[in-house]
Design a protein around this ligand. Sequence first.
Ligand code: NAD
Length: 255
Amino acid sequence: MEDGSKQAEVRSWLAAAVRQRAGLCVLTGAGMSAESGIPTFRDALTGYWAQFDPMALASEPGFRTHPQRVWDWYAERRAGVRAAEPHAGHRALADFARRHPGVLTLVTQNVDDLHQRAGNVDTLRLHGDILDDLWLDPCARQVRGGKVCDPAWAEAGCPPACRECGNLVRPGVVWFGEHLPLRALDAAQRAAGQCALMLVVGTSGAVWPAAGLAGQARAAGAKVVVLNPAPSELDGTAHLVLRGTAACTLPALLA
Ligand code: NAD
């Protein structure tokens, strides 16, 4: 099928989805932010995992072993996120949500805040928020029943640490081996099970349970469309694959 007729087909599914509450579920991955200048994880030349060992930089044992190295890596990524701007694809999703209230559930694996800054403030964030600070361990003061100890009070450092017990501050992302935030995951699974159309944008489909949402939507009777410039592990789950980028294709699709 030609690209033009594929897009026309997706637009007809979209028109059907718009008539239904929560009819459209969009799942985004790192590729969604690539055109804003934030590197993906798995792209062969530009992805982070082409240069770094994921377990050393994105796991709790990795942080405990080399806290400063991991903190510095996240500090650099945080600076990249703060400097980045939402692109036309982010804006098209926010615009769609404004025009069709109650239709779109936006689920992201991204830890940046570009969907939120574009206007999708209720995006379900499956992998946390890179700009958020958390304690690595329960703080000693709280364990004793004392007042909540806020990471913002930590003594400056790389990473910052609690003055009283030495507890370290860590970024608020979900690392390898950690659980996803239950409420966001539950809401995402509900949306996948209810929608008429699931659009999967810029994800390799290699990270679970997020990758399972597409199969869940298809099993429940939804049309599934993958938008990605390269093959992904979810192509086989999709009724239709669009080869394109988020910034170029989403505005045309959602207009
Ligand atoms: P991934 O790196 O595994 O895959 C990225 C995918 O995006 C690839 O399939 C690639 O072909 C595609 N892609 C590249 N450029 C694109 C473009 N312009 N438009 C559309 N698609 C494009 O990323 P993933 O599947 O999201 O992996 C999951 C993990 O990556 C998540 O845990 C997420 O937290 C993390 N991550 C997030 C960010 C971010 O917040 N921006 C950045 C890197 C990684």
